[in-house]
Design a protein around this ligand. Structure first.
Ligand SMILES: *Cc1c(COP(=O)(O)O)cnc(C)c1O
Length: 386
């Protein structure tokens, strides 16, 4: 057993390290669906790869250790992970979600789970008093993101955990934007942490995966049952890729965040920029709360250009930063929430909550910061309507 106490080392040595049979320093890709049984009624601990696979098990042990939980579960996408967590509930139950959860989370609740009688309620979870007032006997869980897309809104996670415990409901955090390197919700009292590992954990925009971590044996047993029963598991090769991605999470995020802090400061000082949303800026909503519960502001930034700048022309003028959905990869990406990630929300509601047509979301990568700032500067300049 490797000995270490810091998360940078856990990223590399955590979970199940290497291969005891050969000494290989990486967990092999066990590309198998089944396992030979020595005799009737006996097996080697592995039966069938939907139920368990050694490569996936290594990843599951790793994410459980990183998040400080008792058990981890790997799924074929973030949405499969969220679907598995929502499968804990039943008809008549309700789930409170924060007003700006990931669009897919809202969609699966509204268009799939509602058909099975699971209700949901949208609450501004930045207001803990409001949150507590909305808990009825039917509410069985509170699901939040912090910071949340696309305005990087911060919710007090310890506060959510406290309210959930007081009312006997489960607290669930989608920790995709922060990862355990920057924020560990279970240490703040949260019951379930989930991830779209497609983003920072994978980190290279080359896989789709989801993870769930729980901190309670009974809950772990129920999640294992749901994972096996519904079957949305992550394959061995993608499990391997994700373990490989996680090893460099610390160094990647250090650079992501350093770049993002520079870019946020640059944008805030720019005369073309009306507003910058970044939890690492002292005047940001929830700055103090975020400082208490996370290492820093992360690497997602949203900003709004003044009216005399043409957003379409801005996107067209970028020559390094790519226009694309998704986030968290080594390459910088930019998106237009109003027409891309949040297009399904009616325009009047979008405008009211601040997702205006001029809003631009940046996932800051790990390129050289000078190149990134130059690309932003040129695109802003070329987008000015004279
Ligand atoms: C991308 C994302 C998801 C969905 O994950 P997939 O891997 O795309 O299925 C869920 N939550 C957040 C915050 C995300 O950014």
């Amino acid at each position: 057993m490797a000995e270490y106490s810091k998360i940078e080392s856990a990223l590399i040595h955590g979970g199940i390290y290497g291969d005891a049979a050969t000494g290989a320093v990486n967990v092999p890709i066990y590309q198998t669906s089944t396992y030979e049984q020595p005799e009737l009624g006996r097996n080697s601990g592995w039966e069938y790869s939907r139920t368990g696979n050694p490569t996936r098990a290594a990843l599951e042990a790793l994410i459980a250790e990183l998040e400080g939980g008792t058990a981890g579960f790997a799924f074929g996408s973030g949405m499969a992970a969220i679907t598995a967590v929502l499968s804990l509930f039943q008809a008549g139950d309700r789930v409170i979600i924060s007003s700006n959860v990931y669009g897919g989370t809202f969609r699966v609740l509204d268009k799939v789970f509602r058909n099975f009688g699971l209700g949901y309620e949208i609450v501004d979870t930045t207001d803990l008093q409001l949150l507590e007032a909305r808990i009825t006997p039917e509410v069985k869980a509170i699901l939040v993101e912090s910071p949340a897309n696309p305005l990087l809104t911060v919710t007090d996670l310890a506060g959510v955990a406290r309210i959930a415990k007081a009312h006997g409901v489960l607290s669930i955090v989608d920790n995709t934007f922060m990862t355990p390197y920057l924020q560990r919700p279970i240490a703040l009292g949260i019951d379930i942490v989930l991830h779209s590992a497609t983003k920072y954990l994978g980190g290279h925009s080359d896989l789709i995966a989801g993870l769930v971590v729980v901190n309670d044996d009974a809950l772990a047993e129920r999640m294992a049952f749901i994972q096996n029963a519904t079957g949305g598991v992550l394959g061995p090769f993608d499990s391997f890729l994700l373990i490989r991605g996680i090893k460099t999470l610390g160094v990647r995020l250090d650079r992501h965040v350093a770049n993002a802090e520079c870019a946020a400061a640059f944008l805030q000082l720019h005369k073309a920029v009306k507003k910058v949303y970044y939890p690492g800026l002292p005047d940001a909503q929830g700055y103090e709360v975020n400082r208490r519960q996370a290492k820093n502001g992360g690497a997602m930034i949203s900003f709004e250009l003044h009216k005399n700048y043409d957003v379409r022309r801005f996107f067209r003028s970028l020559r390094l930063i790519a226009l694309a959905e998704s986030l968290g990869g080594v390459e910088s990406l930019v998106c237009h929430p109003a027409s891309m990630t949040h297009a399904s929300i009616p325009k009047d509601i979008r405008d009211r909550v601040g997702i205006t047509d001029g809003l631009i979301r940046l996932s800051i990568g790990i390129e050289n910061i000078d190149d990134l700032l130059q690309d932003l500067e040129r695109a802003i300049e070329e987008s000015e309507v004279r």
